[in-house]
Ligand binder design. Sequence first.
Ligand code: PBG
Length: 350
Amino acid sequence: MSGWLFRAKAKNQRTPRYNKHMEYPVTRLRRLRTSEAMRSLVRETHLEPGALIYPLFICSGGGVRSPIRSMPGVFNLSIDEALKEAESAASLGIGGLLLFGLPESKDEEGSGAWDENGIVQRALREFKKSRALKNLLLIADVCLCEYTSHGHCGVVRQRGASYEIENDPSAQLIARTAVSLAEAGADIVAPSDMMDGRVAAIRDGLDEAGLENVPVLSYAAKFASAFYGPFREAADSAPQFGDRRSYQMDGANLREAMREIDLDLAEGADMILMKPAMPYLDVVRAARERFDVPIGAYQVSGEYSMLHAASANGWLEQERAMMESLLSIRRAGAGFIVTYFAKDAAKVLG
Ligand code: PBG
């Protein structure tokens, strides 16, 4: 034994370097960067339009295309205009749409969310008639915050001077919403509320309604984030009091994010979504290494707005910054990306 160790050591001493051909000047990594063709040959991470999901904000009326001030290029669209936008996304090869609704009226419970004639339900029925959209997945965001008068993602119960977002009644309403959206034609339902147990409630609801083939894409790790600011203007969903920190996750917690994912998968989630993307790439990476399910990441409104604002000032090159941001999310481990840049990026990808 000691003789073997001794021999190994002696041999190492004769050849001090493990393999001199691994080192400069024999090895020069710049050789593989000399031309675009060379860089393309050795590129490790790729983007394709089919891996991009484009969010749409649908409102009532006809011919409406009203700009969101903080999100250049993003609009509130009536169903007819949204259909045109969807068809252009389909012709660019984009993978799917994520649909949000702006109802005509709101109430305490958010009943517009599960109304069979709700805004997204109507849009889904319309979209399903279009042959041009047959290869575009219609993903319905499932939440109450756009539909509740108070702007919270669940039912609010007053408790003396304070209030509470009630978990279990909210999960029931969310499940009802998911069933109604799937019945209207959603290919995938995506709960974004962060109530405990909502994935199980949705799965039960779908199965009971005979919709056992509709997958659940759960926003499993959704952090309470300042980067949702512009979305709340787009979806008119800012909480009227308090904040979302009693249901969305604390940005400091990676291990808790893994527990959230574990639970959602145990409850029957088919795919998971991480959100926001760029400030949480470590969460995407950790989830990719730990779970063998499809993982997406949501490059949220604030990420989009800040890149736009910097390029509007001439501080960043818009196209390069956009592509680099998407590549970073993909490299971190996201198979697909929800992004307001979907159409712009698909055009670059050709
Ligand atoms: C609804 C929902 C939000 C986003 C997606 N679904 C807003 C929020 O939680 O406040 C944010 C998306 C974005 O910022 O682009 N619960």
